[in-house]
Design a protein around this ligand. Sequence first.
Ligand code: GLN
Ligand code: ZN
Length: 761
Amino acid sequence: MIIHNLGYPRIGSQRELKKACESYWTGNTTVTDLAATAAAIRLQHWTLQQQSGIDWIPCNDFSYYDQVLDTSLMVGAIPDRYRPLTAKQLSETDLLFAMARGYQRDGDDITAMEMTKWFDTNYHYIVPEFTAGQHFQLFSRKVIEQFLEAKQAGFNAKPVILGPVSFLLLGKEKTAGFNRLSLIDQLLPVYLEVLQQLAAAGATVVQLDEPCLSLNLAAEAVAAITNAYTKIHAAFPQLHIVLASYFECYGSHLPAVLALPVQTLHLDLVRCPSQLDDILQTNIAASQLQLSLGVVDGRNIWKNDYARSLILIQKAIGVLGEARIALAPSCSLLHVPCDLDDETAISPEIKNWMAFAKQKLQEVKELREIIQGNVALLTANEDALRARSVSGLIHRKPVKDRVAAFTAADASRKSSFTVRQGIQQQQFRLPLFPTTTIGSFPQTDDIRQLRARFKKKELTEAQYDAAIEKATIDVIRWQEEIGLDVLVHGEFERNDMVEYFGEQLDGFLFTKNGWVQSYGSRCVKPPVIFGDVSRPADMTVRWSSFAQAHTNKLMKGMLTGPVTILQWSFVRDDQPRSATTNQIAWAIRDEVVALEKAGIKVIQIDEPAIREGLPLRRENWAAYLEWAVQAFRIAASGVKDETQIHTHMCYSEFNDIIEHIAAMDADVITIETSRSQMELLDAFADFKYPNEIGPGVYDIHSPRQPGAEEMIALLEKAAATLPARNLWVNPDCGLKTRKWPETKAALTNMVKAAVAMREKA
Ligand code: GLN
Ligand code: ZN
């Protein structure tokens, strides 16, 4: 039985790659230094995987920035705007960084390629750009070079390449009137050339990833896959192709996938264990196909349940025999941190339930050893899992009882929106087009240093509080001066909108070094939700009531919603995600009620991650949306009619989920719309969205200072689309990444725009 790995985190256990890239970008080191660090990381990871007994060690999973961008370079899909750079004979590395990050130098000013989320992960890839009649040619030979580099170091590695159909599907047409899938005939010869060169260099096993098979694909896309792999097989009948998709079932694509002339088919049995039965029930035994069983979770940080994995493995062996089975993690380990051994501060009890990338490879190896008769390994695993299942650190009866006692009334405001709106308008007496902001104000170096020094205990709590108080009072005075209607306290006390709450809730832990690549050199360190979530004390009341006490205007309380907290954390795998979200929702509800009690009349519950939580397959959307919306409603419904609940969502399409957004029943929703020129409002208008809405009137992602006129134009467009009395005026998102001068200019103009709209009304 072969054991293999689909990809290893490339950032390095000490974020060596991040540091090397950033130091190269700032000009402190040379491209040779960078290449040396990268080669050292690759060698270290190959060696580590060999020590874990991995038979097919991946190569080309390494990337300076992103594997999809690497593929664009491999096939020469380099947008025309970078042509001046190739003429300048920029190195391949510099060209790659220019495409990823833009290029402003020596008179050239070329924008970066777009970035978007990789399936349902928090990893972002660089979106390939396609034009009608595009020509491809082998450009970057990185995959061949890295195979040879591994060979030289003594590893017969398995090159990993993003497959041709997914590469096209993940990209975007940049000219109108053609379908990017039609480029497959031009593209495929480059893939054949790459495979040819790999085979010539001695590669025997190649992994081609077609993760788009986890989506609902049109018949033509599935046909393109059949066609492509038939041609690949015809050209290289001797090459062992591993076809991998992950994050979902093959679902309705299964019959086509099983008919592909590939040697091994990889299954994500963590996300979709049921597909194994479906496959084994076909006449697969009569074919030659081998199965790679992805039983170890590549998306989470928990120890594998060996007993459960073994049931699947044994079942497959029963039908196909050991020789036709390979074992692997469910997907590339890119999405988990490197090494649990580096975590010295986690309680040993909890640490014994966890596994990072390095430990996951060990698990794959141990599973094989158990099959071969090493029972002691199974017993040790069962002991750890049993300890977890009954641990007092996880299970809190009051939390479970409270969630279980849920009734429909808990997820409903006392009165309908119309009644609430009447009460709130009478109480608040806000003008038409009321102005507000999304929560955070610029997080200057001073503010960041303040928090860092407090964390290092260089400041006493009293000193730290005094400094945050001053920043808060300053921002309140300034908001009053320019005439904003509903103020915020600025969020100066917060590091991050999820971490801030996770640190105060029970059931969360934080790692020291649990970094995961988000995009390029950017890494995130998601909190770990390990147990039942509860709220031992008030979380935001201190700062919100402090702020309210310093103004006669309305001060908006500011919370992060349950779905966003869930989405941006590693979540426990011993109960459904919905159950964990519900627990968080009750904790947030208590905070909302506590804020109301403290005299806060407007409370915002941010849910920027609602849309990104959508399952990959449409058929699973309804179930998710039901519990996600309900969790928000539980969080929001503990208050009186006179308390106004806001929510905020960042740029996303609303067309296909508008009824669920409406079902959240927030009194006010603020959304990011300026970059779409208010087009996103059409969905709200078509649906006759009844509640109040604040479409962002300027883009906060750039330092550009918008004039009042352009915001008036956007507001007029909004007022032509939706009833004016329901409209709010606000920026697209929080202002924490901006600088003060541009923030002051933009918000001053924003208030002017609102005043102008009132005068016209
Ligand atoms: N209240 C948060 C802020 O203003 C919202 C951030 C977000 O939407 N991502 O920063
Ligand atoms: Zn936002």
